[in-house]
Ligand binder design. Structure first.
Ligand code: SF4
Length: 95
């Protein structure tokens, strides 16, 4: 399984290229060009960053995942940190 990953300020994008093989529309790339900073492009049939450090320009609109999951072949997922989770766990253990 080929997984493409890149970080952004508060999280990480993972793309499963096995699923992209059967994708008919590259909705992730379209979403980024419509709502984000157009940091994705298609290369050899796969979505990739337009440059090695393009992820630093991500505005975290998260539409690549929304469009992929809604219109694409569900190959892209965003992983976000759960800010405050440790503090919350600590709090509920005390109550
Ligand atoms: S929309 Fe999803 S399945 Fe299609 S190319 Fe993009 S990441 Fe892959």
């Amino acid at each position: 399984m080929a997984i493409y990953e890149f970080p952004f300020i508060t999280g990480k994008v993972t793309i499963d290229y096995e699923k992209c093989k059967d994708c008919e529309n590259y909705a992730c790339v379209k979403a980024c060009s419509l709502f984000g900073r157009a940091i994705l492009r298609v290369e050899d049939g796969k979505p990739v960053l337009i440059s090695e450090d393009a992820n630093k320009r991500c505005i975290e609109d998260l539409t690549c995942e929304l469009y992929c999951q809604t219109y694409g072949n569900r190959g892209l997922n965003i992983i976000l940190d759960m800010f405050g989770l440790e503090a919350y766990r600590y709090k509920i253990e005390l109550s």
